[in-house]
Design a protein around this ligand. Structure first.
Ligand code: PCA
Length: 322
């Protein structure tokens, strides 16, 4: 009897402890569970759940299941959710600093992409803070290459095609390529191709594999034009309200996540390119002329970008060239 009372009391006090201190946070992400950034997001949340002994319990809602991708920045900003993952480029219309991410040949190796991120990070972080968000980490996608229904030697081969876009900058790339941009989110890619809404796209081998690109395209020209990133952010007020120990757990988990991303992306790129090949897609290296044409577009875009917001962009470019 005494024992039973004790157990009940222990149970009640543990319930009180849970309800008084455990915070339940929600973290919407745009892409499905098969993607590297989403796997990293799950591991990140787990590390925090364990590191705070359950005081901070983060649920990852992948594949835009809780909030549609374009709505995620606002959801975090307004505190509707506490954390979120966003493709950096989609914020290009909010502020030009986010556009560093989708410019052809500004950074097309993983080493340069890391350098570009180091150069852009202070400005991106500042801008996010103005929007009430704290930067936690980024995860890079494999380099972006060209998917088409016929071989491509030069841009002339693409003229007039309907090109998928996924950010303001990629719409601009499409226009400068002589194609017509249409914004299509990842889950809608297969249907957009089968209904003729788009006829070509530039994205990672991962997104191609994810959407079984072999069902609707034949050629993959490995231009590796840019290496974009997802960013994970936390609502600044929600972060401030946490005790110091929990804040530290989050920042350590964020640093681990970012490291995992840079380490994992190269192998992921190789593996997914092989899967494209295995499924019958013709994977070819780009012609020198095509590369030249695309890098000329990159130069135009850097110039336009500088004109948009001189001071911040010059800081990024100066940091990057060091
Ligand atoms: N996949 C995402 C973003 C970049 C990538 O490789 C997409 O295609 O929308």
């Amino acid at each position: 009897m005494i024992k039973k009372t004790f157990c009940a009391a222990a149970l009640i006090s543990s319930l009180i402890a849970t309800s008084a201190f455990a915070a339940k946070w929600h973290m919407p992400t745009p892409y499905g569970d098969a993607n590297l950034p989403t796997k990293i997001a799950h591991a990140f949340a787990k590390e925090i759940n364990e590191g705070t002994a359950g005081d901070l319990d983060i649920t990852v809602h992948s594949g835009a299941s809780l909030i549609k991708h374009p709505e995620i920045p606002r959801a975090v900003k307004t505190g509707q959710v506490q954390m979120g993952e966003i493709f950096l480029g989609i914020m290009g219309n909010t502020h030009p600093v986010f556009k560093h991410d989708n410019i052809p040949f500004l950074a097309s190796t993983y080493e340069d992409a890391e350098k570009l991120w180091a150069a852009a990070k202070p400005e991106v972080s500042k801008q996010l803070a103005k929007e009430g968000m704290k930067l936690l980490y980024v995860v890079a996608w494999p380099a972006q290459s060209l998917y088409t229904k016929a071989p491509v030697n030069t841009l002339a081969d693409l003229k007039g095609l309907k090109m998928r876009a996924y950010s303001p900058s990629t719409s601009r790339v499409a226009v400068l390529m002589g194609t017509t941009p249409t914004t299509v989110q990842v889950p809608e890619i297969p249907q957009a191709f089968s209904t003729g809404i788009v006829e070509a796209m530039i994205t990672s081998p991962s997104t191609g594999v994810n959407g079984q690109a072999w069902d609707y395209i034949t050629d993959y020209t490995d231009v590796k034009a840019w290496i974009p990133k997802n960013v994970v952010v936390v609502n600044a007020k929600a972060f401030k309200r946490l005790d110091e120990k929990s804040q530290k757990v989050i920042m350590t988990a964020a640093a681990n996540a970012e490291k995992k991303g840079w380490e994992g992306v190269r192998a992921q790129a190789k593996k997914d390119t092989q899967t494209l090949l295995d499924n019958g897609i013709k994977v070819v290296q780009p012609s020198a002329e095509l590369l030249q044409e695309l890098s000329a577009i990159g130069k135009v875009m850097v110039k336009e970008w500088q004109e948009e917001s001189g001071a911040e962009i010059d800081t990024i470019l100066t940091n990057y060239s060091k």
